[in-house]
Design a protein around this ligand. Structure first.
Ligand code: MEV
Length: 446
């Protein structure tokens, strides 16, 4: 059994959480205690207040008191920080942060933080994760943390035939130069792992790709520095005109693969037997496989799961979005990022393959106070593990959407949640933001 440290330092002025309140047995005088086994299934979580949910996570050892206090504050991002993140800052923009429950990933229990404004997304992810538990949850394939940069160059069309030979001669030198740019990365077990030459469909136009293991970082800055350095060197080795020097977001050496299996019986719904539901879900996937118009919506549903976790962990969701859609279109037809089929035993099997370029260092990950707490909630995963968690949420989200769409439709559940927003609009006189702010203490200070 694991232990949790109760002797956390709580910032002055915060004493909102009573860590001992619901712990059975003798009162805790000592500083450590046996934590209950962590389960991501928390009965009644959806019905609790925000504070009670945080308390539940604290009691179960998913959050430290300090992290719970940070998340409990409305607006965790001080102006001094947001002003240093971006230019012309005038404040911080908030999104709801929810917890998707029920996730069992590689035999470990996870509660997943999701920052998202769309109702029913967190509920759908939790529901998909619950269905997948029927046969062990989600299983990830180890993901490499390879980022790739591109150096575009052009030679005279008459010289194009010599370029592949030149490239073979300088291949090792390019790798060495790339590694010299980031000696610390080498020391951390990362560094350049390969180079390749690509010929573009214009006479004399080429691109060099440099693949770099960026370890815990998403890697954009690392590979962009390498690309610019090599771009300066290139004309001294080959008469050419150098074009762009920048990473590609189509990170095909960073594909994250996750698989799950769902017991047919657990898919029974309304008038549909488990077997019917499996067949209908597989048919719904086939529709996306055949038709890019459906594939776009199918993948949007997957990104409903992926983006909120990418955002909540302080990562670049535009990069992940660009990579996902470019990968979906790689064969020349836009395709679904998941695949669903029926196993020999009649169960539903699903798989996702998607590039997820995220980091646990760099960017705002080590600065944003809420991100520190969300990463802690995920047990401070490595970057490759985080990719697997994120892809699992994408697969769960897709499962939930397909089951609803293929069987009883999504609008009944969706509208029930949406109704809460409508009620909020009514309460705040149709201008919720302004009315809500004018009630707050900050309004009169402007
Ligand atoms: C809505 O945000 C997402 C869905 O449209 C996804 C899908 O159709 O698969 C329900």
């Amino acid at each position: 059994m694991t232990t949790i440290d109760l002797n956390v330092v709580v910032p002055k002025g915060f004493s909102d959480f009573d860590v001992n309140s619901n712990i059975d047995g003798p009162q805790i005088e000592n500083l450590r205690h046996e934590a209950p086994p962590r389960s991501s299934r928390i009965a009644g979580f959806a019905q609790m207040s925000v504070k009670a949910r945080l308390q539940a996570l604290l009691e179960r050892g998913f959050l430290s008191r300090e992290s719970a206090e940070v998340l409990h504050q409305e607006g965790h991002l001080p102006h001094v920080m947001s002003d240093s993140f971006i230019e012309n800052c005038i404040g911080a923009f908030s999104l709801p942060l929810g917890i998707a429950t029920n996730f069992l990933i590689d035999a470990r229990e996870y509660l997943i933080p999701m920052a998202v404004e769309e109702s029913s997304v967190v509920a759908a992810a939790s529901h998909g994760a619950k269905l997948a538990r029927s046969r062990g949850g989600f299983f990830t394939t180890p993901t490499k943390t390879i980022a790739t940069s591109q150096i575009q160059f052009k030679v005279a069309a008459s010289e194009a035939g010599n370029v592949p030979l030149w490239f073979e001669r300088v291949r090792a030198e390019i790798l060495e130069r790339a590694n010299n740019c980031h000696p610390k990365l080498l020391a951390r077990g990362g560094g350049a792992t390969g180079v390749e030459l690509r010929v573009l469909p214009q006479p004399g136009m080429f691109v060099i790709h440099i693949h770099v293991d960026t370890r815990e970082a998403m890697g954009a800055n690392i590979v962009n520095t390498i690309a610019e350095d090599l771009g300066r060197w290139l004309p001294s080795s080959l008469p050419c005109t150098v074009g762009l020097k920048i990473l590609t977001n189509l990170t095909v050496h960073r594909i994250t693969r996750v698989r799950c299996e769902v017991d047919a019986k657990t898919l029974e719904i309304g008038g549909f037997s488990g077997t019917d539901a499996v067949d209908r879900i597989v048919a719904a996937w086939e529709f996306a496989d055949l038709d890019p118009y459906r594939a776009a919506t199918h993948n949007k549903g997957i990104m409903n799961g992926i983006d909120p976790v990418v955002i909540a962990t302080g990562n670049d969701w535009r990069a992940v979005e660009a990579g996902a859609h470019a990968y979906a279109a790689l064969t020349g037809q836009y395709k679904p990022l998941t695949r669903w089929w029926k196993s020999n035993e009649g169960h539903l099997v699903g798989e996702i393959a998607v590039p997820i370029a995220v980091g646990t260092v760099g960017g705002v990950t080590r600065l944003h106070p809420a991100v520190q707490s969300t990463l802690a909630l995920l047990d401070n995963p490595r970057a490759d593990q985080l990719s697997g968690l994120i892809a699992s949420v994408g697969l769960a989200q897709n499962l939930s959407a397909l089951r609803a769409l293929a069987c009883e439709g999504i609008q009944r559940g969706h509208m029930a949640l949406h109704e809460k927003n409508i009620e909020m609009m009514r309460r705040y006189d149709h201008v919720p933001s302004l009315s809500a702010v004018s009630r707050g203490p900050g309004a009169s200070q402007l």
